[in-house]
Ligand binder design. Structure first.
Ligand SMILES: Cc1cc2nc3c(=O)[nH]c(=O)nc-3n(C[C@H](O)[C@H](O)[C@H](O)COP(=O)(O)OP(=O)(O)OC[C@H]3O[C@@H](n4cnc5c(N)ncnc54)[C@H](O)[C@@H]3O)c2cc1C
Length: 556
């Protein structure tokens, strides 16, 4: 194994750098000798030496795999495929379905159902677009589930094929440690296999949380895992938790016809997002008819007198309130899925929440054993797990990982969508940075006007002086697609001028990004007194600069 980790730590961005010998050699020849270093003793890190020696021993002892990955979700499967493509002998153990929570009980099923709801939304508005729907239409939850299941099956097969093509070997069964680099795999039927590997990557993901509250296990109290089995739309759904999972399901069932009550303990839904975003989503959801109750916590649940419904008691600073529901959805977070792993047998430490403890290189307390994805933080994003999988695979293959784990987008697939990356203005100022925001409203965007999607805005956070982009928050059409452009800009350390300098196609929703950047330039006094904005859209904006309620548009 060629890996030599630089003891110099992870960089400020959470990335790590394996030592690149060729670059080191280059810079040595390029620099004049430094006399102050002539007498210096070379520094030897004893811990690292021992680790390298142990790794050498493991490599030379008989072993089944160079890398054994436990868990075939986005973290584990990406890690296995990448490591195998980089020439390592890789095994991947999965006890359920390939694709993990993301593909089977998370990202893909929710987004597939939400796409059906999007069609329903458009049909309801068909007349606005000049279309008559004389035959009528109605959602069919059974058919929506059938479509969702087909999508999942197709994508799962895709993961299997990619693993096969890469040369990674898939082992079906539950893995548990019996030693530091020794794992037993118990298949549902068949013998127990004992496997040794030079490196083990734990990627076992997370499970929904059921807090220990009265009535939490009553029939009809569901988590995101069970709600996918519901074949009827509940008349009243109470969703507890106003984060990504809660908001998406509450919105979904509202559109399908439930009376949807969304409860959030914080003073506002989407508490991990910028205040303006949470406030705008709250306003829009209420406008659609959702019953949003922020600042309230779940106290208990009990069956109604007839036993047919659930009585949900919420508590807040103002006292208690009871709501009746057919179903309660718990969206209160997740916990690391490590119960069956026998981590103690390997000596892998867990943090105070029970998740696998790792350092910045995602190495656990045991050398050569790594942790990635939800199992190291309990709740995360699929792309975060996949990014960590790529990073660890590249490190294990002796490469310098090129993945940027600092700029991770957050995405919410409601209507309109929400996406953000990097710092909010408050966070930037909290870090002592002088910063400002450039904002642009979609109601002044040509494509948004033609699509009939006027809601929402883009906020770009820009550092004063350096003029670098620090972050972006979007609520509006295709927000989850637009954000990727900003991710690339942030990774490249782009300034706001560089961002504005890239000509965007017209008319597109993405034009809102350079428009917001122009606003930031203008508010920084960098436009020489010009009003920002493309000439093409000036006429459109002049028409749209005042919205229905007579408020002035933000493009000013
Ligand atoms: C309803 C919902 C919607 C979501 N939507 C999004 C979204 O839109 N975008 C997004 O980025 N994220 C979303 N997420 C989060 C995303 O699903 C997770 O962050 C992601 O799946 C984590 O990937 P992972 O590889 O760490 O673990 P997982 O996907 O949980 O995969 C872990 C795998 O390990 C297997 N495993 C566990 N223990 C063992 C063992 N002992 N032996 C063998 N195999 C084992 C499990 O069976 C599982 O297949 C959503 C989550 C939920 C619940």
């Amino acid at each position: 194994m060629q890996l030599t980790l630089d003891p110099a730590e992870p960089d400020a961005e959470g990335g790590v750098h394996a030592r690149d010998e060729s670059h080191a050699a280059e810079s040595l020849t390029a620099l004049p000798p430094d006399p102050s270093l002539a007498e210096a003793e070379p520094e030897i890190d004893a811990g690292e030496l021992i680790e390298a020696a142990e790794e050498l021993l493991r490599e030379n002892a008989p072993h089944d795999f160079d890398v054994l990955v436990i868990g075939g979700g986005p973290g584990g499967s990406v890690c296995a495929i990448r490591a195998a493509l980089l020439g390592l002998r890789v095994g991947l153990v999965e006890e359920r379905e390939l694709g993990g929570v993301c593909l089977n009980r998370g990202c893909i099923p929710t987004k597939t159902l939400l796409e059906s709801v999007e069609v329903l939304r458009l049909l309801r508005r068909a007349r606005e677009y000049g279309i008559t729907t004389s035959g009528g239409f109605a959602p069919d939850l059974h058919a929506m589930h059938a479509r969702k299941d087909e999508v999942i099956a197709r994508l799962r097969e895709n993961v299997r094929r990619q693993l096969e093509k890469s040369g990674a070997q898939v082992l079906e069964g539950r893995a548990s440690f019996v030693g530091e680099h020794v794992v037993e795999v118990k298949a549902p039927e068949g013998p127990v296999r004992r496997i040794t590997a030079v490196h083990v990557v734990i990627a076992t993901g997370s499970l929904p949380l059921r807090p220990p509250l009265p009535g939490i296990d009553l029939p009809g109290v569901l988590t995101s895992d069970e709600i996918f089995h519901e074949k009827e739309v509940p008349q009243v759904l109470v969703t507890i938790g106003g984060g990504a999972v809660g908001v998406e399901f509450a919105y979904l069932f509202h559109e399908l016809g439930s009376r949807s009550i969304l409860v959030e303990g914080d003073r506002q839904i989407l508490p991990s997002e910028d205040d303006n975003i949470g406030r705008e989503m709250d306003r829009l959801l209420r406008g659609y008819g959702l019953d949003v109750r922020a600042g309230r916590k779940l106290k208990s649940i009990e069956s109604s007198a007839q036993g047919t419904r659930l009585r949900v008691t919420l508590e807040s600073d103002n006292g208690e309130e009871v709501v009746e529901a057919d179903r309660v959805l718990l969206a209160l977070g997740r916990r690391a899925n490590v119960e069956h792993l026998e981590l103690a047998a390997a000596g892998v430490a867990r943090d105070e929440k029970g998740a696998v403890q790792v350092d910045a290189e995602r190495q656990t307390s045991v050398a050569g054993v790594y942790g990635i994805g939800d199992c190291i933080r309990s709740v995360g994003w699929a792309h975060q797990a996949a990014g960590e999988g790529t990073m660890v695979a590249e490190m294990l293959a002796g490469r310098v990982p090129s993945i940027d784990l600092k700029h991770l987008p957050s995405c919410y697939y409601t209507h309109p969508e929400i996406a953000s990356v990097g710092l909010t203005l408050q966070q930037a100022r909290g870090e002592g940075k002088a910063a400002r925001v450039g904002r642009f409203d979609f109601r002044s965007n040509g494509r948004a006007a033609s699509a009939g999607e006027h809601e929402g805005f883009v906020q770009l956070v820009v550092e004063d002086g350096s003029e670098k982009l620090l972050g972006c928050q979007i609520i509006g059409p295709r927000a989850t697609e637009l954000i990727n452009e900003v991710v690339v800009a942030l990774k490249n350390g782009s300034t706001v001028e560089q961002f504005v300098g890239a000509v965007h196609a017209h008319p597109t929703f993405a034009e809102a990004l350079p428009e917001a950047a122009l606003q930031a330039l203008a508010s920084g006094g960098n436009l020489g007194g010009q009003r920002g904005g493309s000439i093409i859209e000036e006429a459109e904006k002049d028409d749209l600069a005042t919205d229905d309620e007579g408020r002035e548009g933000d493009y000013q």
